[in-house]
Design a protein around this ligand. Structure first.
Ligand code: AMP
Ligand code: DBH
Length: 537
């Protein structure tokens, strides 16, 4: 198996330890510590479950023992595809306790994506629920296993739950991990081609969510609700469920971000903080005008994952009766927050400033020269919780990191004199659809696999609800297929639903000047501009 690595140059690592960012804690270590300190506090609620910190730590140990009894060995990688249920936490902390490496995926992922993650990570096990949201994950798992024979162990939580509860605690569990080691693989949104795997260490990730919990004011009286899919980096760590547990808060697992489902839970659990992507924030603001639920416990609504326009940001306080916090982050590391005591002007018009005084932010023009304050440029960053390399992807590493270790975020931002960032756009060809990033190239490849497609270019189009939607320009070959049939074809390739093009536009040709001589990037840009000139949005 390819070794898991995430190394910072020794000089920087020493600096981060000296500054107290990296404290030598581990994922399972911190949970066990909380369980010893506040055993009877509620750690997580969801569905009929209500677990104390002692319950969660015990269940994690039982899962750890169960995984090892199944024949998994420390260092093995385990694909985790679980919805927002308390067992997400007992399973994941069980994996940490057993020295196993979770590979996080979203409930929306399908055959193509899971097989890709399994192959890239060399995973030998796959954890699912039998069904969720009407989808049969056993069926998906059977298909995945047919493609990825290395994935020997299928663990359906519905089946192992009982055995785990009977498992003997502490049965030969390995010693806790080394804090500098990789704890898990997170996934990127995949701006070029398929999603990349992001190795995060205990040290760096714990720093990011511990500091996030502080910035967000979490303590033992707070209740954090995970409304977005919890495997996403945002609800996982900004401060997310991990930051909430670190702070001794209560985690509320919300099965759906639909306003009425979430509002009911906010009332029942007296939720104080949650995070959303912009389109959901708009829906919640609308729903709040008529809801019967009492959402007055909510103090902070975080919004991130995609640009939240100032006009909408300005309405949050009045519409939901809570403060807004903008969050601009990435699974690769750097996370920016507006602070809870920032003036409205900053909260409404910026995407915040970095977590750490040691987050190094460079904003450069096309020639690599730093831009002036207030002028847009490409955002590069390095720091105590930003990765230096993806797992098992030399080409992406060559592209995405500079020689001196900066991550090229692909975002175009401007920075104010006091260090606040405003996102202006991006350099890459992906579509940010409601916070889900879709690679144009990945979808073009699927379209090209259709017998009646000669060529295809996928671009983002501004959309009043989604922020951006995907539009595929297709040159047909032979008989022109129907748009709906092409969408069905892409879906049948085993892709997450959010990647199916929202719109298909047939064209006779791409302008040859654009194809022959210039890049695909330019072609996409040209098609988008032509479309925007003529179309009604
Ligand atoms: P990923 O690398 O897949 O985790 O996606 C992170 C990307 O999401 C960032 O590089 C931005 O392009 C985008 N993003 C996240 N938060 C925001 C935000 N608040 N405003 C604008 N873009 C955002
Ligand atoms: O979009 C993201 O990936 C994101 C947004 C907000 C993120 O990773 C985060 C906060 O940590």
């Amino acid at each position: 198996m390819l070794e898991l690595k995430q190394k910072w140059p020794e000089e920087r690592a020493a600096r981060y330890r000296d500054a107290g960012y990296w404290r030598g804690e581990t994922m399972s270590g911190f949970l066990e510590q909380r369980a010893a300190e506040i055993p009877d506090h509620i750690a997580v609620v969801g569905g009929p479950e209500r677990w104390t910190y002692a319950d969660l730590a015990r269940k994690a140990q039982q899962y750890a023992a169960t995984f090892l009894a199944l024949g998994l060995a420390p260092g093995d990688r385990v694909i985790v595809q679980l919805p927002n249920i308390p067992e997400f936490l007992s399973v994941v902390f069980g994996l940490f306790r057993a020295g196993l490496i979770p590979v996080f995926t979203l409930p929306a992922h399908r055959l193509t994506e899971i097989v890709h993650f399994a192959e890239k990570s060399e995973a030998c096990a796959y954890v699912i629920t039998a069904t969720h949201d009407g989808f049969n994950y056993r069926g998906l798992a059977a298909e995945v296993q047919a493609y990825s024979p290395r994935l020997r162990h299928l663990i359906v939580v519905d089946d192992v739950r009982q055995a785990a509860e009977g498992a003997i605690e502490l049965a030969n569990l390995p010693v806790n991990a080394n804090p500098a080691d990789v704890a898990f693989l997170q996934i990127s949104g995949g701006s070029t081609g398929l999603s990349k795997l992001i190795p995060r260490t205990h040290d760096d990730y714990i720093y990011s969510f511990r500091a996030s919990a502080e910035i967000c004011g979490l303590d033992e009286t707070s209740a954090y609700m995970a409304a977005l899919p919890v495997a996403h980096n945002f609800p996982m760590s900004s401060p997310g469920v991990f930051g909430a547990l670190y702070a001794g808060s209560r985690v509320v697992m919300c099965p759906s971000p639909a306003a009425e489902v979430a509002f009911a839970l906010i009332e029942q659990e007296r939720v104080t903080i949650t995070g959303l992507v912009p389109p959901l924030a708009l829906l919640w603001m609308q729903a709040a005008t008529t809801t019967q639920w009492d959402i007055s416990s909510l103090k902070v609504l975080q919004v991130g994952g995609a640009k939240f326009i100032p006009e909408a940001a300005a309405r949050v306080k009045a519409a939901l009766g809570c403060a807004l916090q903008q969050v601009f982050g990435m699974a690769e590391g750097l996370v920016n927050y507006t602070r809870l005591d920032d003036p409205d002007d900053i909260v409404i018009n910026t995407q915040g400033r970095p977590i750490s005084p040691d987050d190094e932010v460079l904003i450069v023009d096309d020639l690599g020269n730093p831009t002036k304050d207030g002028e847009p440029g490409m955002l590069l960053t390095r720091g105590p919780y930003t990765i230096n390399a993806y797992h098992n992807d030399d080409a992406a590493n060559a592209r995405s990191f500079t020689d001196d270790g900066y991550y090229r975020t692909g975002d175009i931002v401007s920075r104010s004199a006091d260090g606040y960032l405003t996102v202006c756009g991006r350099t890459g060809d992906h579509i940010n659809r409601s916070g889900e990033k879709i690679s144009a190239e990945e979808i073009e490849d699927h379209l090209l696999a259709h017998a009646s497609v000669f060529d295809a270019a996928v671009v983002s189009i501004p959309d009043p609800y989604l922020g951006e939607r995907s539009c595929a320009f297709v040159i047909p070959m032979g008989e022109k297929p129907k748009g709906a049939a092409l969408k069905a074809f892409v879906r049948s390739r085993g892709l997450a639903d959010f990647k199916v093009p929202d719109q298909i536009v047939f064209v006779e040709a791409f302008e040859t000047t654009a194809v022959g001589k210039t890049s695909r990037k330019f072609l996409r840009q040209m098609l988008r501009e032509q479309f925007l000139k003529t179309a009604e949005l």
